[in-house]
Design a protein around this ligand. Sequence first.
Ligand code: FAD
Ligand code: SF4
Length: 326
Amino acid sequence: MNPFKFISAKDTNAAIAAHHQNNQAAFLAGGTNLMDLMKEHVALPNEVIDLGRIGLKEIKETANGVSLGALASNTLTANHILVRKHFPLLSKAILAGASAQIRNMATNGGNLLQRTRCSYFYDISMPCNKRKPGSGCAAMEGFNRMHAIFGWSDQCVAVYPSDMAIALSTLDARIKVSGNGSQRVIEMKDFHLLPGSHPEKDNSLSSGELITSIELAKNSFGKNWAYVKVRDRNSYAFALVSVAVGLQLDKNTIQSAKIAIGGVAHKPWRALNAEAFLKGKSATKANFLKAAEMEMAAAKPLSHNQFKIDMSKNTLVSALEVALKG
Ligand SMILES: Cc1cc2nc3c(=O)[nH]c(=O)nc-3n(C[C@H](O)[C@H](O)[C@H](O)COP(=O)(O)OP(=O)(O)OC[C@H]3O[C@@H](n4cnc5c(N)ncnc54)[C@H](O)[C@@H]3O)c2cc1C
Ligand code: SF4
């Protein structure tokens, strides 16, 4: 690990001010991703600003929903009564990720900002445009079984790994952030970016902006929801494909469907074609299959991940069936 200065910020303003003084610094939350990246020499901050004392750990009811503190742990969030009651989909998605020990350390803000698990990104002997812009993409012609089938570019074919964020996408979460003298809210759909010609940029945060909370509005699919994750082993593995679904039903008619797919793109992939098709339709397996086929028609597989097309289709249909049962 490279040498770095360590400071412990006393509050949000102090953390932001410290970063403003040194834009080579990195915020440290649970450390479960940042420390690995630093040990592998992928992240090389010359200063680490610990967020452990700044608060932002509260989960509370708001006028129309629930606010999740950015520094609340994934374990606290998944098990919190407000989350279990109003957003069971989010609880299930968080608990599908990592292991109990990692979820105890991992925070909501850190989870949103975790970096891709592309093995070439972690291997500093390999070309990687995300780690070193302009160096090339080893995955493009390499072993790209885990990689994207939607939204990739000739610069990067990596996928975004978070389970929690796939549920947050379906829930249309809003991310509150603070910068040097400014505050803003970023819609979940705009938070993560496709790689385009700048794969080094994962999200729309400006340098030094701090996530303070994740805001969720109450929805009408407390009963009809599902999170289905397909992976190589049943624990401690990232998704090959995952699907989060929320359905609003009137008897057997779908009033609205919210669907996001994980493991297939550089950001949570909202299945907008499937959502549009299902609106107003009967909740039947035939319609679920048609919706899945429509969504997957635009997929562009790489040399080793053609299988993700059928896997996504089948997972989407399964998730819709689970959601329908309620
Ligand atoms: C073995 C292993 C298996 C895993 N399996 C899964 C899995 O199956 N599914 C899954 O979803 N995840 C999985 N994870 C990833 C894990 O969920 C993330 O590492 C964790 O959520 C990151 O949170 P953290 O608080 O530890 O972030 P950190 O490592 O502290 O930070 C991550 C990044 O976010 C930045 N940051 C943190 N908080 C803020 C903030 N409030 N504002 C601005 N920037 C901030 C940091 O500067 C850093 O760049 C796994 C991790 C490991 C090590
Ligand atoms: S897919 Fe992206 S992260 Fe992986 S090697 Fe290519 S540029 Fe790097």
